[in-house]
Design a protein around this ligand. Structure first.
Ligand code: GLN
Length: 485
């Protein structure tokens, strides 16, 4: 049953339903795949083999596949930023190296309720800060298409695991592009939902006004199924939207005639590799061939999004990460010192360099005398960016751009130059700033490496994004290519 790990969620569900395989066999197939490729890929912080088999056995014994959700019995990897009851949750940080949460995140809870099988926790940039998964305190993750290259980040573990067949799908988190950019670099699909659509309860906070959990899958149909499972109101998250969740699978029709799509030229500038521009432009032409009205447009505020993000996200992070004081939970050092000395030692040893950089930047931007000049100004620019997008969505149903300006870069290539690393997120950050949904869909290859197309839409337009993404992939077929690790 070696081929099982290569199936999509829907295919695996069909195989289970028809009795061609059991949930235990499916879990074993992924776990064996993990054994085989993990030394080269490094997509996991923790592999939960025993738990997976136990959960799979329960699905088989209770016949959950037949009566339940399509997620029943399907192996998933969860980014190590989401709390999993009884399973170590580290954020790929020394600070939480030994932290075992007493509860699960709502999104995880919803998967469990549907019979999901947890194969492990995904490696990531420490506290989700980074674009290459090299900021993990434990080990970097490698791109299954070329193990000398990064998978992107910060949810690089999820993207690499899905691309390498170590799990059928993954959950990641996206604050400035962290599921979409790695999805693009690893040739898979990721959908960042509208802010508030998926509960953040149990998602360890980075920048609370930007963070969203989203599915990372092999194709758009799978993303629709996973989103349906995790979306919905949660009273434990005060920013959770109380809206009806549509059946996203109904958007998987291939019918896109008459939809209006804008191509904002700022996303196709000099910083974008020619091979990426070509792949995305070809994809837009294909959509046009399907009856979509495609038109070039301009979003002049795009260029400010990156700078603005690097004020707002660190500001929120400096507040959120203040809780790691060595007293309540997580790493605790400096016994015998006074409280300040112990705190200094804990935070000094527990956080890596990028996290410290963000905390310092944020504390500076929020400090008295600088607050107006930096934080407040950034919030104002954020409003301008949001308005500009709102305005565009009066003319267009969706906007199509590259997901990442480049294909996967080499390990070490950007890790000593934070500014060049930050450039990786130039196309993905605006959607977080505006709280709108965006999907990344594989749209070809450049220099033998995957390229992703991003489709953004107005708040709660997930059905439109799924419709466009699905129609595109059915015709283009890039999602069927698998990496040979
Ligand atoms: N790469 C961006 C950063 O470093 C975004 C991270 C994210 O989305 N979590 O902050």
């Amino acid at each position: 049953m070696d081929y099982l790990y290569g199936l999509t969620l829907l295919e695996a569900h069909d195989a289970l339903r028809r009795g061609e395989a059991s949930a235990v066999e499916l879990a074993k197939s992924c776990l064996e795949r993990i054994d085989r490729v993990e030394p080269r890929v490094g997509a996991f912080v923790t592999v939960t083999g025993e738990l997976a088999l136990e959960q799979a056995r329960r699905v088989d014994e209770h016949g959950l596949v037949v009566e339940g959700s399509p997620l029943a019995g399907i192996p998933v990897q969860i980014k190590d930023v989401m709390c999993t009851e009884g399973v170590r949750t580290t954020c790929s940080s020394r600070m939480l190296e030994g932290f075992v949460p007493p509860y699960s995140a709502t999104a995880v809870e919803r998967l469990y309720e549907r019979g999901a099988v947890l194969v492990g926790k995904g490696n990531m940039d420490e506290f989700a800060m980074g674009s290459s998964t090299e900021n993990s305190a434990f080990h970097p993750t490698r791109n299954p298409w070329d193990t000398e290259r990064t998978p992107g980040g910060s949810s690089g573990g999820g993207a690499a695991a899905v691309a390498a067949g170590e799990c059928i799908y993954a959950l990641g988190s996206d604050t400035g592009g962290s599921i979409r950019q790695p999805a693009a670099l690893c040739g898979i699909v990721a959908l960042k939902p509208t802010y508030g659509l998926v509960s953040r309860y149990g998602l360890i906070a980075f920048a609370s006004s930007l963070d969203q959990i989203g599915p990372m899958t092999k194709d758009v149909s799978d993303a629709a199924l996973v989103l349906k499972a995790i979306a919905g109101h949660d009273f434990r998250d005060s920013t959770s939207l109380n809206v009806e969740i549509p059946d996203y699978a109904r958007s998987l029709t291939g019918e896109v005639k008459g939809l209006r799509v804008g191509l904002p030229r700022e996303y196709f500038g000099d910083g974008t590799e020619p091979g990426v521009k070509e792949a995305v432009s070809t994809a837009a032409a294909l959509l046009e061939g399907l009856g979509v009205e495609v038109e070039e447009t301009s979003l002049p505020h795009t260029g400010y999004a990156l700078a603005c993000y690097h004020i707002i996200a660190p500001s929120e992070c400096s507040a959120n990460l203040a809780r790691y004081d060595g007293v309540k939970f997580g790493l605790s050092m400096g016994e015998g010192r006074d409280i300040w000395g112990a705190m200094e030692m804990t935070r000094g040893e527990g956080f890596g360099p990028e996290v410290k950089r963000r905390i310092m930047l944020g504390a500076y931007a929020l400090s008295s005398g600088y607050y107006d000049a930096y934080y407040l100004k950034a919030q104002r620019v954020r409003t301008l960016i949001r308005r500009e997008l709102d305005d565009a969505f009066r003319r267009f149903d969706a906007l199509v751009t590259p997901t990442s300006p480049t294909v996967a870069f080499r390990l070490g290539e950007r890790s000593h130059d934070p500014l060049s690393m930050y450039q990786s997120d130039i196309c993905t950050i605006p959607a977080n700033m505006a709280g709108i949904p965006a999907i990344s869909v594989p749209c070809g290859f450049s220099e033998g490496l995957p390229v992703g197309m991003q489709i953004m839409g107005p708040a709660l337009s997930e059905p439109t994004l799924i419709r466009l993404g699905y129609a595109y992939e059915q015709v283009a077929g890039w999602h069927r290519r698998r990496a040979e690790v």
